[in-house]
Ligand binder design. Structure first.
Ligand SMILES: Nc1nc(=O)c2c([nH]1)NC[C@@H]1CN(c3ccc(C(=O)N[C@@H](CCC(=O)O)C(=O)O)cc3)CN21
Ligand SMILES: CC(C)C(=O)C(=O)O
Ligand SMILES: [Mg+2]
Length: 265
């Protein structure tokens, strides 16, 4: 089976083929999304909220990211694995960024890293690419800056924000990123950015005109039930299913129905 490469992402944009990316934080989920045929698996720092129970992505460490990414890489056969650089692993300077991102590549076997930020982080993207580390940018809503913005609101609404976002997109591309995530921006602005770049845009809450889409796996299958911003579409209700299965188990054990002959030796 042919592996998806960073070049494949660019080729897909040129050919007008959509790119699909989903998160995974463990071996089995990686296997499911890989076998279903996604192009990319993002080991998001959202794992802090989804699997570790933190209320933001701020507390996530390199150690936690590495631990989960190793499991994801073991479950992957085809998709490109992207390591989401956690808060404070790249914001303190290009040297720290290269050392941490290099560590991610060396220790986990991932293919690329993602970092949040636009114009202000372009120099860091350049340093990573120069060191041989493929980079995905991430602009618009940047969850690691939640404490500066005081929330997860839509970005690019005012004319000033719109201009800044277009500049961010250009800076990320010029710095050498091979793709860029656009988070929670109006569809029309995402369209404008997508048309102005030669690298693919991967949207989350950024409308239909992006070159690809990314979602958190647990949101898509209805496992993270309390998280429901407008951009999440639930394709299944696994949270409900799982709870109902557990209730049945409890009931059957209490009634002496489980285990029966079929499940005993
Ligand atoms: N499960 C999950 N899915 C995600 O997409 C995700 C995470 N976790 N954790 C990390 C970041 C945080 N993200 C977020 C978080 C909140 C909203 C959001 O729209 N929240 C509110 C609005 C809050 C506001 O206006 O301040 C909502 O409408 O639910 C969007 C993206 C995206 N990422
Ligand atoms: C929502 C995506 C883009 C992300 O950064 C994450 O899962 O952490
Ligand atoms: Mg993230």
């Amino acid at each position: 089976m042919e592996r998806i490469t960073t070049a494949k992402f660019l080729e897909k944009k040129r050919k007008g083929e959509k790119i699909t990316v989903l998160t995974a934080y463990d071996f089995l989920t990686a296997r499911i999304v890989d076998e279903a045929g996604v192009d990319g698996i993002l080991v998001g720092d959202s794992l802090g909220m989804v699997v570790l129970g933190y209320s933001s992505t701020i507390p996530v460490t390199m150690e936690e990211m590495i631990h989960h990414t190793k499991a994801v890489v073991r479950g992957r056969r085809r998709a490109l694995v992207i390591f989401d650089m956690p808060f404070l692993s790249y914001q303190t300077g290009t040297r720290d960024a290269v050392l941490n991102a290099g560590r991610a590549l060396k220790e986990t076997g991932c293919d690329a890293v993602k970092i949040e930020g636009g114009v202000e982080i372009a120099e860091t993207i350049r340093a990573l690419v120069n060191a041989g580390i493929p980079v995905v940018g991430h602009i618009g809503l940047q969850p690691q800056s939640v404490n500066v913005y005081g929330g997860y609101k839509l970005r690019g609404k005012t004319e000033e924000e719109r201009k800044k976002l277009l500049e961010d997109a250009r800076a990320v591309e010029e710095a050498g990123a091979f793709a860029v995530v656009l988070e929670k921006v109006p569809s029309e602005l995402a369209r404008e950015i997508t048309e102005s770049l030669s690298i693919p845009t991967i949207g989350i809450g950024a409308g239909r005109y992006c070159n690809g889409q990314v979602l958190v796996f647990h949101d898509l299958v209805g496992l993270f039930e309390e998280f429901k911003p407008k951009f999440v579409k639930r394709y299944a209700e696994l949270g409900r299913e799982a709870k109902s299965a557990v209730r049945k188990f409890i009931e059957e054990v209490k009634e002496g129905k489980f285990p029966d002959e079929e499940h005993s030796y």
